[in-house]
Design a protein around this ligand. Sequence first.
Ligand SMILES: NC(=O)C1=CN([C@@H]2O[C@H](COP(=O)(O)OP(=O)(O)OC[C@H]3O[C@@H](n4cnc5c(N)ncnc54)[C@H](O)[C@@H]3O)[C@@H](O)[C@H]2O)C=CC1
Ligand SMILES: O=C(O)C(=O)Cc1ccc(O)cc1
Length: 360
Amino acid sequence: MTEHVRVVGTGLLGTSIGIALSRKGIRVSLHDISPTAVALARDLGAGVVDDDTAPDLVVVAAPPDVAGQVVADELERWPDAFVTDVASVKATVLDDVTARAPAHVGRYVGSHPMAGRERSGAVAAQADLFEGRTWVICPHDRSAREAHDLVRRMALAAGAVPTVMGAREHDAAVATVSHLPQVAASLVAARLREVPEDAVALAGQGVRDVTRIAASDPLLWTQILAANAEALLPVVDHLVADLDAVRSALQQVAHDRATEGARGVLAQAIAHGQLGRARIPGKHGAPPTTYATLIAVIPDEPGSLARLFADVGDAGVSIEDVRIEHARGGPVGLAELYVVPAAIEPLREALVAAGWNVHD
Ligand SMILES: NC(=O)C1=CN([C@@H]2O[C@H](COP(=O)(O)OP(=O)(O)OC[C@H]3O[C@@H](n4cnc5c(N)ncnc54)[C@H](O)[C@@H]3O)[C@@H](O)[C@H]2O)C=CC1
Ligand SMILES: O=C(O)C(=O)Cc1ccc(O)cc1
């Protein structure tokens, strides 16, 4: 892909796309309503500041509530260019573009990289944000095959794995895999506002895992949730019904510990969660991988994590994932290493031999 790509909206997504494509030798020009945002993206290596030469492909990475308008403007401004957007919702943007630029909608095809972060803005951009991640392309009745092909090539150049879905099908899918998790994470995290300091101090990995995306931008997410209200509503209804069942079971046990049936409801809630979680694909969309874990106690001092990683490397073991927990106020931390199951025993032996205190 040697074309000229114009990125409009140089925040987290736009800058990450710009950096990824620029590194592949693609010419990228940048535009944003904020001159600071565009200058920052340029300084981070995302491309050159808007130079008014005609692009082959425009990527609109602006917030969802203006994406349709910006796509329509770009279609009007560049009569020979194809245009995509990366907004997290697809049907409302398609409807908006169709209404605003009916004569040009054939050059538009929506898309959505299933990759992002809980932080916004160019400073949070990452060149490898899309590496191995799914990038959904949403062709429609009137979209040109060339538009689809160009977006596909751009997604591949950014390191992503393109996949095709209709806009409404996409919106129904992300209601469950992205939008409900955001609502649940935010609501769970919101409970923490009201507990005493020494209760929050007990927070372990579980609450951290469940609430990471609760740090997301309220303005962006208000737009996403409102734009996908129709698809999200039935999914939220299911969650409310499930929570209601758990609530009634707890009420029964609290009222009479010998009550029958309530424990079955609680167990089923957890068991259904196991089944759902087991369906989440592992890295690169491959089937789920169950890793074995080993916890190493690391002194809370500079360089100790680097030494641990070096010893794991010397043992010939690849770390698939890692979590670090700091003992609050203590002199040590815990590094939980995720490795393929076959590597766990050799790793344990090698780390013990190297003097590390390890446990399961
Ligand atoms: N944040 C995430 O993890 C993901 C976000 N997306 C989608 O990507 C899009 C951008 O999101 P982020 O990069 O996170 O937001 P961001 O807030 O980091 O960046 C948005 C940028 O768009 C600019 N902008 C706003 N209105 C504009 C307009 N009318 N014309 C030109 N530029 C304009 C802003 O100045 C800002 O620099 C959104 O539509 C979002 O739904 C998609 C996948 C993941
Ligand atoms: O931070 C994460 O894990 C995310 O899942 C971010 C994200 C946010 C919005 C999207 O439309 C897609 C991905």
